[in-house]
Design a protein around this ligand. Structure first.
Ligand code: FES
Ligand code: MG
Length: 567
């Protein structure tokens, strides 16, 4: 019998009998000895009726199984939990680490020589890659692929940058009830992940840049036939990896590969969430992401991909323009092209095969970038001693240097109650502040950082304001928005000390975010604060584990005990 079925065998003192039992049970499925004697490729199934982003997973699995079997290995599909952005209470981020633990332990628990993880909705690829790096079994990642675009009144629509833009128009009274309902049916016209450069697309591109998935796997639209051919090819690669026992994720995830991923993240106009996820992934390996180095890369790497929300196009246009291989060709020597991928090819070989598409305008050259600097900048200052992020490529240039009066919301609930109150003392020059929305505070760091423009200002034509918080923001959103303020207010970060009317200064060129209140006054305010006890939501179960062990944003929001040994 092949090694595959022996893995993890508990012998109870008689290894032969244990294997006999294991084989007797699995034979109940009708497998032959020939099937069971093959190398085994495990395949995760994250299909769920609650997860439209993963709607094509059953079809991907069929294609993967075909590829595995055509290469002489045996596929075994197993379920793990499924997390969709829109149905994950309190937040999908709250569940990411649970998914990472589930996936890691099921890879460890069951006999397999290689594993294929299939996913896409925002937290899934991060959770699966975190698990893969910890389990360190040969792994192929298959993103489910982006949705195709929608159309409305001659306009191209994408989830969910246009969800926000058109809802903003509805709030401002520019669109009526009938039209917003029509838009609602057109924003997500197929299964697959959000087709702008949100977190799902960001992580799919990052995965490809890391070398953990096949070329073009990030961009092929979810319903296209090509997606299923890629799945079949991924199955073949995994079967070879099962036979040769490598390469393992930690052999692929070198410092060079992690640097390449950060460069690609900047050049695609990637989601701010991507930085948290990549940090968490790196922390599962012996390496780490250094925020200062990431910021420095941002100053050197231009945004080259013209996708919403930083630019104009959508994932299918990026795909037809040549996808990540073409982008990496344009980035050239900024990347370490000698980095190895799971296929055995180097990035240099992949880049050499990138398609030349005459006249395409979704992937620019370094000489003609969308933005001269990268997507994401790291800020520091007395408001964010351990850092904060801003997606400057999706911000209003005139607000990147701005000083304004703080208008403070204590929590997401407080903001929801008061932000549209006509009596709210707020002007377009003010800085909207949201606190208690960090990893512990909310909990699960909701994507509440995109504070709505107060209705009375929106109706007066205000489209953007400086907004700051310890929350996250959807990668699909646009605005001058400072996020991930660390430490968060719920653990005593200085954001907790801001009062209405204080002045706040943002200077992205200087990479600073400061509260213009002197230290003595801040100390007085700190001393007057009551110590926080255990919140009611965290008195038992997973919530208690989460509250006790969640790390801050600069450390990737993983659980402290899940990092690689010695960290
Ligand atoms: Fe799943 Fe956007 S909601 S990727
Ligand atoms: Mg999202």
């Amino acid at each position: 019998m092949a090694d595959g079925l022996r893995k993890g065998l508990t012998s109870y003192g008689d290894a032969g009998f244990s294997l006999f039992l294991r084989k007797a049970f699995i034979k109940a499925m009708g497998y032959s000895d020939d099937a069971l004697n093959r190398p085994i490729v495990g395949i995760t199934n994250t299909y769920s009726d609650y997860n439209p982003c993963h709607g094509n997973v059953p079809q991907i699995i069929e294609a993967v199984k075909r590829g595995v079997m055509l290469s002489g290995a045996m596929p075994f599909v197993f379920p793990t939990i499924s997390i969709a952005e829109s149905f994950a209470h309190p937040t999908s981020m709250y569940l990411r680490n649970l998914m990472a633990m589930d996936t890691e332990e099921m890879i460890r628990a069951q006999p397999m020589d290689a594993v294929i993880v299939i996913g896409g909705c925002d937290k899934t690829l991060p959770a699966q890659i975190m698990a893969a790096v910890s389990a360190d079994l040969p792994t192929v990642v298959i993103p489910v692929g982006p949705m195709v675009v929608g159309h409305h009144k001659g306009e191209v629509l994408g989830a969910c940058t246009d969800c926000r833009r058109l809802w903003g128009k509805y709030r401002a009274g520019e669109i009526d009830d009938v039209e917003i309902e029509a838009v609602n049916g057109r924003l997500a016209p197929s299964v697959g992940t959000c087709m702008v450069m949100g977190t799902a697309s960001t992580m799919a591109c990052v995965t490809e840049a890391l070398g953990l998935s096949l070329p073009m796997s990030a961009t092929i639209p979810a319903p296209h036939a090509e997606r299923f051919r890629l799945a079949e090819a991924s199955g073949r690669v995994a079967a070879e990896m099962a036979k040769t026992k490598g390469p393992k994720p930690r052999e692929i995830l070198t410092p060079s590969a992690l640097r390449n991923a950060q460069i690609v993240m900047q050049a695609i106009g990637g989601s701010t969430n991507g930085l948290i996820h990549l940090t968490a992934i790196a922390n599962r390996s012996p390496h780490k992401i250094d925020l200062a180095a990431f910021d420095k890369l941002g100053r050197e790497v231009p945004v080259l991909v013209d996708l919403k929300p930083s630019g104009e196009h959508y994932m299918e246009h990026f795909h037809h323009a040549g996808g990540v291989p073409k982008l990496m060709a344009q980035l050239g020597d900024l990347l370490d092209l000698d980095a190895k991928t799971i296929t055995g090819q180097t990035l240099r070989e992949i880049v050499a095969g990138a398609e030349e598409v005459p006249g395409q305008d979704a992937i620019r050259s370094k000489a003609n970038p969308i933005k001269a600097e990268g997507a994401i900048a790291i800020l520091h200052g007395n408001l964010a001693p351990r850092g904060a992020v801003i997606k400057q490529s999706a911000a209003s240039p005139k607000l990147l240097q701005h000083t304004g009066r703080a208008v403070v919301f204590e929590s997401v609930e407080d903001m929801t109650l008061r932000v549209d109150d006509p009596a709210l003392d707020v002007t377009a020059d003010d800085v909207l502040v949201l606190r208690n929305a960090g990893p512990k505070g909310a909990p699960g760091m909701p994507e509440a950082g995109y504070l709505p423009i107060p209705k009375k200002l929106a109706r007066a034509g205000v489209k953007d304001m400086v907004r700051i918080s310890d929350a996250r923001m959807s990668g699909t959103a646009f605005g001058t928005i400072v996020l991930h303020i660390t430490p968060e207010s719920a653990v005593g970060g200085p954001l907790a000390l801001v009062r209405n009317g204080d002045m706040i200064r943002l200077d992205v060129a200087k990479r600073s975010i400061d509260l213009l209140v002197d230290d003595a006054e801040l100390e007085k305010r700190r001393a007057a604060q009551a110590a926080a006890g255990t919140p009611d939501w965290a008195k038992r179960g997973y919530a208690q584990l989460f509250n006790q062990t969640i790390l801050q944003a600069d450390e990737g929001c993983d659980f402290d005990f899940m990092r690689a040994e010695g960290k």
